[in-house]
Write a protein that binds this ligand. Sequence first.
Ligand code: GTP
Length: 456
Amino acid sequence: MFDSLKERFENIFANLRGKGKLTEEDINIALREVRRALLEADVNFKVVKDVVEAIRTRATGRQVVESVTPSQLIFTIVYEELVRIMGDAPVPLAVSPKPPTVYMMVGLQGSGKTTTSVKIARRMLKGHKPLVVACDLRRPAAVDQLRVLAEKAGVPFFGPEPGERDAVAVAKKSRAFAESRLCDLIILDTAGRLQLDDELMCELEEMKSASEPTEILLVVDSMTGQEAVNVADAFNKRLGLTGVVLTKLDGDARGGPALAVRAAAGVPIKLAGCGEKTEDLELFDARRMAQRIIGMGDMEGLIEKVQSATSEADIERMTQSLKTNRFTLEDMLVQLRQIQKLGPLEKVVEMLPIPGASKALKDAEIDPKRMKQTEAIILSMTPKERRNPEIIKGGRRRRIAEGSGTSVQMVNQLLAQYEQMKGMMKTFGKMAGGRGGFKMPRGMGAFMKGRRGFFG
Ligand SMILES: Nc1nc2c(ncn2[C@@H]2O[C@H](COP(=O)(O)OP(=O)(O)OP(=O)(O)O)[C@@H](O)[C@H]2O)c(=O)[nH]1
């Protein structure tokens, strides 16, 4: 995500590095580059102008204090300005004091409304009983798509009767249905169009007055570029938006909508979609986004991700094994399962402030087949063997290979892998501070798709 923008900013700051004093000429050159980088990332030119002027005002005439280098000063100002245009603090979704809370999802066709409706419902399952409602009667498959996604996520669904053509009527009926099922949160998935369309806007206006939504959320595909600004502006004028959800931030988004949509519509970006699965939804946090854009890494994001993938029992177990300095094969299995839960390593490592990290791990993904074999091997050991791998010699290795449907060679490789993982904590520590960028930790390749490894 935002790779080219990140690279441009890295270059700008690298050029300033080493300068003892900031001249007007340095600022001009840096600002010209900032302007070019933002325009190339599809940020609306008005927004670019604003940001560049704000940076100029703040940077010019500033005494460079001894502890701050010119590059750090510009870096900080650019960061703060990016945060400012994307919105300072995260804004959570509003909940009506008088149930039901109603969220109306609007946006262009294919922006991700249906997927996001279920993502939000899933997120709100903690503390609420949500209902998703299919009000997209224009695309025949849309109702089924919502039903299937809702079923998978364990969220109640309400849709039109066969032959029903009136989306507003469906939205109205959903209220009684929600009441009968004790649902306190209704999410209306509305129809989209390829472009702005008056007929659709009229339908949405009618739905708004019939269902009195707590939030009207515009779903914007972050790959749409400049058009996102016009879309946000048009929807806001007709419907009065309360928030924006940016989707597909996991793709090759250039950053434009993230940086311009808030300024265009004047409403906060509340959520960020970062994958196709229904759990891939985050609270939008401008600080974290700005950190990613200018290549500072996203430590908070990483910590949150690790925490959500790690159960308390796992944490307790790892703490114990660290305390007693005993890393067993059981611990190794727990760790591998956690890494698998975190998703593609590229996504995880993208959040680390290590130059070249995400490139080094591009497309690296834990191979589920290899994970299964690893699990089978470890589960074919006796508890004593798992805790004392050094006792696993020839005869035991053959038995384990047979029991797990693998080969002695694979068991040997797994034990070698275990030895390497024992030293991994130390390796990770060194990686963050080391010179020459990021290298794949020794042994990790064994679990990656398409890489030569123990089971490859
Ligand atoms: N990678 C990625 N894909 C997403 C994300 N959100 C949605 N998608 C995908 O985008 C496509 C369109 O999403 P939908 O939810 O069907 O979009 P929609 O706005 O409901 O489309 P219409 O009903 O046609 O208006 C689907 O293939 C989704 O899986 C996201 O955050 N990341």
